[in-house]
Design a protein around this ligand. Structure first.
Ligand SMILES: [Zn+2]
Length: 76
């Protein structure tokens, strides 16, 4: 499940919550000031996993027509 970060627009308090994707925008109350105007930031889970994928495959050129990032079998 992704970790969502929210920031309170009233007091700038930041909140991290693990939630199902379907509830990413469900109403939330700020613990610090009791306000309900919280804005969702990036989902941490996806940001981190995306970074790993890019770093792991970047050194090897690949195309969509061959497996494993090795293009010697398809002529690219
Ligand atoms: Zn607040």
């Amino acid at each position: 499940m992704p970790i969502y970060e929210y920031i309170c627009l009233d007091c700038k308090n930041e909140v991290e919550l693990i939630r199902p994707m379907g509830q990413a925008d469900a109403p939330l109350t700020c613990e610090a000031c009791g306000g309900e105007r919280l804005k969702r930031k990036l989902a941490v889970f996806y940001a981190h996993s995306g970074g790993r994928v890019v770093a792991g495959t970047a050194p090897v050129p690949s195309c969509s027509g061959c497996a494993g990032g090795n293009c010697s079998s398809c002529g690219h």
